[in-house]
Ligand binder design. Structure first.
Ligand SMILES: [Fe+2]
Ligand SMILES: [Fe+2]
Length: 182
């Protein structure tokens, strides 16, 4: 798999969780009570996956191509800012969830709004990369570039990390589906 197809696969995986969260939001608006512990796990998973694995990989790719092309520099810069912002949003939401878990009183409307903002921002970022960053990267990069980029990315070949992550992903996905359909 090329770096871009790996990043796109990450996006597919993340999108699936975000889609279920969207369905969950509709249910919450209908008056369903959230399984807060599960919400915490999913948001935490997305944040860890993005901050510990996906964004660092993108940031390395971006760093490699910095200065090659003005248009590419512009969109990559936007992504770097978005990575920082998304981290802030995720942790703000996790704090809210933590508060609810520790009996802080929070109006459901307020919680739903924060969850909705989180999902919307995550999706917007994935869409931006798919539509405005990866196509430009593919235009600018040569095969030799990708080889060099891949040589500089150590973590992706760690099978243990990959396997553990994918087990966690599957378990969360199943639990979320069960929760949505209950
Ligand atoms: Fe990104
Ligand atoms: Fe991404």
């Amino acid at each position: 798999m090329t770096v871009i197809s790996e990043l796109q696969q990450d996006h597919v995986n993340l999108s699936k969780l975000l889609e279920i969260l969207d369905k969950k939001i509709i249910k919450l608006k209908d008056g369903n009570q959230p399984n807060i512990g599960l919400m915490a796990d999913v948001i935490g998973y997305i944040a860890n996956y993005a901050e510990g694995y996906h964004h660092p990989k993108e940031d390395e790719v971006f760093a490699f191509f910095k200065g090659r092309d003005t248009k590419l520099d512009g969109v990559m810069q936007e992504c770097e800012v978005a990575h920082t912002n998304l981290k802030g949003f995720a942790h703000a939401l996790l704090e809210v969830i933590d508060g609810v878990l520790h009996d802080a009183v929070m109006p459901m409307d307020n919680f739903i709004e924060k969850l909705e903002d989180f999902v919307r921002n995550e999706k917007k970022h994935l869409d931006f990369e798919e539509a405005s960053v990866f196509p430009v990267l593919n235009e600018v990069a040569t095969d030799a570039d990708w080889k060099a980029v891949e040589a500089g990315l150590p973590i992706e070949n760690d099978p243990l990390f990959g396997e553990k992550r994918s087990e966690e992903y599957k378990a969360l996905y199943v639990e979320l589906m069960r929760d949505i359909n209950s």
